[in-house]
Design a protein. Structure first.
Length: 210
C-alpha cells in the first residue's frame, strides 16, 4: 500500500513539475519577445513564433515571421523603445495554451525639426495568444493584439549620458545584454558622482518662471 501511495505521489509531482515547466517556458517566450522588439533582434523575434504563426497587430495582420521582417526595421527607425509584458494568465490545454497578458510600450521618436526633442508615444493593451508546443518547444501560434489606451507628448532630450556610453541602450548585437557573462570584463570608467538633479532643474527652469 505504501509503495502504491508513493508511486501515486511521484506521478502527481511529475505532472505538476511538467505543468510548471510549461508555464515558465511560455513566460520566457513573452519576455524574449519584449527583448527582441527593443533590441531589434530579428532572429530572436522570429523565434517567439512558429513559422506558420499568425499575428494580428492592427497595423499588420498576417504571417508572424513576415510581421517580424516588417516591424523590426520600423522599430529601428526610432531612438529606442521599451516593451513591458506583465500579468500573464495561462490556461494549459494539452500541447496548446490560451494566454492573456498585459503590455506597455514607450516609443522614443526623434523630432525632425532639428530641436533635439522627442515624441514619447505610450501605448497599453493586451496580447491574447494561443501558444502551441511542438517538439518540446512552446511558441506563439496565433496572436491578437488588443489596444486599451494611448497618449503622445513632446519631451526635450532628458539624459546627459554620452550616447556611446555602455549605460545607453543599443540595438542588437551592440547592447550590453549580448555580452552575457562577459560584462565582468567590461572596463569600469571611474566617475565620482554627478549632479543628477541640477541638469534636470536647469532644463525645466522656464516652466517654473525662473
Amino acid at each position: 500500500m505504501t509503495t502504491d501511495m508513493n508511486a501515486g505521489r511521484i506521478e502527481q509531482l511529475e505532472r505538476k513539475l511538467a505543468e510548471l515547466e510549461d508555464r515558465e517556458s511560455i513566460r520566457d517566450v513573452l519576455y524574449r519577445y519584449a527583448r527582441a522588439a527593443d533590441r531589434c533582434d530579428l532572429e530572436l523575434f522570429k523565434s517567439c513564433y512558429h513559422s506558420d504563426g499568425i499575428d494580428i497587430h492592427w497595423f499588420f495582420n498576417g504571417n508572424a515571421h513576415e510581421f517580424a521582417e516588417y516591424v523590426v526595421p520600423l522599430l529601428a527607425e526610432v531612438s529606442n523603445s521599451q516593451h513591458s509584458i506583465t500579468n500573464p494568465i495561462i490556461k494549459l490545454d494539452g500541447d496548446r495554451a490560451f494566454v492573456e497578458s498585459q503590455w506597455y510600450v514607450l516609443h522614443h521618436i526623434p523630432m525632425e525639426d532639428g530641436s533635439g526633442d522627442f515624441i514619447d508615444q505610450q501605448l497599453e493593451g493586451r496580447y491574447v495568444d494561443v501558444f502551441e508546443k511542438r517538439d518540446g518547444l512552446w511558441r506563439i501560434l496565433h496572436r491578437q493584439t488588443v489596444v486599451e489606451s494611448g497618449r503622445e507628448f513632446v519631451v526635450p532630450k532628458s539624459t546627459d549620458v554620452p550616447q556611446d556610453h555602455v549605460s545607453v541602450g543599443q540595438r542588437a548585437p551592440h547592447d550590453l545584454v549580448y555580452a552575457g557573462m562577459a560584462i565582468l570584463d567590461v572596463p569600469i570608467i571611474p566617475i565620482n558622482g554627478a549632479d543628477l538633479w541640477g541638469a534636470a532643474r536647469a532644463r525645466h527652469a522656464h516652466a517654473a518662471g525662473q
